[in-house]
Design a protein around this ligand. Structure first.
Ligand SMILES: *Cc1c(COP(=O)(O)O)cnc(C)c1O
Length: 408
């Protein structure tokens, strides 16, 4: 099966063997795909000074963070926990941008005092930042450009009703605080949403930023966020990175000429870098032939991969142990006592109990959104890189569930 993206979404890992060795269910990540994605992004923007700030909420496994660091990719973090994990993976605070969403100011203080740069996301945080630091620390301002973009209501972040960022219509208020406290604004930021495949939404938001930028004389950075779309279905339209890179480069260069100085262009991709590298491998437990439908249960559920239930994401499924079986139509469901449907009316080669089903596009927002619901353990994670499979997180045990409870 050929995806329209550069990636061929046939497995070149041995799913059954990995499950046998490390147990099922199992998250597996392919380092080669992360390497290719980073390279594609770098090549698409080779005409400007571009920095990649990996939005690590997509996948915070230390092995993934370390691989990003090795590839020259810096981090965008959204919490003190991610900041600490970044440091643990070898990042200097200066290499991390903290993009909070209404967090306690003390969290911002800790990150900024250590050397991270903050993306200020509200007028009140801007005022606090000015009172606390004056002009002594640099910051970026997260603007809400009031454009609609993204693949689903829950993952659009720049429309007028979104909670994220400071509405660009409040520019006068922003400038008043910036002037009052001589705040050192070195960048403007926006993150429009997720699953954007065309250059146009980026450019529409970018144009809003470019206009606003003319009011800030000390800028070094324009940060256009993340949100590049990846392929989910075999015939999905995806971001043509080369084309998008060329269009944004042209717009950005024209802006720099107008601004009077060359600025850095930053992106914060999450999904683009790690979605396609990851698979959730599961084992079919029960095949239930109901009069209405045939259900395939797997040994996983919304506790391990919640994206389909949370915002309707599509995950392609491969029956890795019976790839040539006759096609049948299934509802693929989990084992959680809750309706946790992974896929409805999905054609798959006949599934028998024990077959290993691979869910594709599970590298982003998979493990990081997992939980212990139903007192289930989180799965192990394996990184396959440069010809070697390596366990990078062990499977949880009962001890992990009990560790924080106080048994009086
Ligand atoms: C989540 C997030 C991203 C990454 O979004 P993707 O759709 O995974 O690329 C980038 N920037 C910010 C501020 C985010 O919160």
């Amino acid at each position: 099966m050929q995806f329209t993206d550069t990636e061929t979404q046939t497995l070149d890992i041995d799913a059954a063997q990995l499950c046998q060795q490390y147990g099922s269910p199992l998250y597996v990540y392919q380092g080669s795909i992360i390497r290719r994605k980073v390279q594609a992004l770098q090549e698409a923007f080779s005409g400007v000074t571009m920095k990649i700030k990996y939005a690590c909420k997509a996948n915070t496994n230390l092995a993934v963070l370390r691989l990003m660091r090795e590839l020259g990719v810096e981090l965008d973090v959204v919490s003190p926990g991610e900041f600490e994990m970044g440091k643990y993976a070898g990042y200097a605070p200066e290499q991390m941008t903290f993009t909070p969403s209404g967090v306690p100011y003390e969290e911002v203080r800790t990150a900024v005092d250590e050397g991270a740069t903050v993306n200020v996301d509200s007028i009140s945080l801007l005022e606090w930042f000015g009172q606390t630091y004056g002009s002594s620390k640099p910051c970026l301002i997260r603007l809400k450009p009031n454009v609609t973009a993204g693949g689903h209501d829950k993952i659009m972040t720049a429309h007028p009703d979104s909670k994220f960022g400071i509405s660009v219509t409040l520019l006068d208020d922003i400038l008043a605080f910036v002037n009052k406290y001589s705040i050192n604004v070195i960048g403007l930021h926006q993150h429009t949403g997720s699953d954007i495949k065309e250059a146009e939404p980026f450019l529409k938001a970018a144009r809003v930023l470019f206009e606003a930028a003319m009011h800030f004389p000390n800028l070094q950075i324009i940060d256009l966020g993340g949100g590049f779309k990846v392929g989910y279905k075999p015939d999905d339209a995806v971001t043509d990175m080369q084309h998008l890179g060329a269009e944004i480069t042209e717009g950005f260069r024209a802006f720099c000429a107008r601004y009077g100085r060359e600025l850095q262009l930053w992106f914060e991709p999450g999904k683009y870098l790690v979605s396609e590298c990851g698979y959730l491998l599961t084992t079919a437990t029960v095949v239930k032939e109901d009069p209405a439908r045939t259900f395939v249960h797997v040994d996983s559920g919304l506790n391990h991969l919640i994206r389909p239930m949370m915002y309707g994401s599509y995950h392609h499924i491969l029956n890795t142990t019976n790839p040539d079986g006759p096609l049948k139509t299934y509802n693929v469901v989990g084992y959680i006592c809750e309706t946790d449907t992974f896929a409805t009316d999905r054609e798959l080669p006949e599934v028998r109990p024990g077959d290993v089903l691979a869910f594709l596009n599970a590298g982003a927002y998979g493990f990081t959104m997992s939980s212990n619901y139903n007192a289930r353990y989180r799965p192990a994670e394996v990184l396959v890189d440069q010809g070697e499979a390596r366990l990078v997180r062990r499977r949880e045990t009962l001890d992990d569930l009990l560790r924080t409870q106080i048994d009086l």
